[in-house]
Design a protein around this ligand. Sequence first.
Ligand code: CMP
Length: 140
Amino acid sequence: ANNRTFTMIKPDAFAKGNTGAIIQKITNSGFKIVALKLTKLSAEQAGDFYAIHKEKAFYDKLIEFMTSGPIIAAVLEKKNAVDDFRALIGSTNPEEAAEGTIRNLFATNVTFNAIHGSDSDENAAIESAFHFKDDEIIAY
Ligand code: CMP
């Protein structure tokens, strides 16, 4: 059955004008956009979203970056969505991201890494609900 994942085009990729190319790559890879918006995270929203990283050394840098400018949030549908999307975006560190992946093409480093993809079905549902009301996710 089809299932869903959640993604954000991060402030670095948005600011560089890579939104269109990234969305093209996502849809060319068989993902259906079922929700989409331009938004900007407040410090409080970013803190909630990244609560599991609160004790990490990179936490403050992550929050500063993720609140630094607009992002694109989206919910995507595909068979095997979470794993296939993580394969499409590549490793967190772009130096380790496979050739042709979104992070290989558009990321700068492990902080400015262009895009987010949920790491489990459970987190996909939590992260989607964080950004979208039920009636903002379109079944078609
Ligand atoms: P993402 O997987 O989307 O969400 C958590 C983010 O934390 C991750 O992307 C990176 O941007 C960031 N991150 C993970 N590990 C590191 C690290 N070692 N140094 C800096 N940022 C990191």
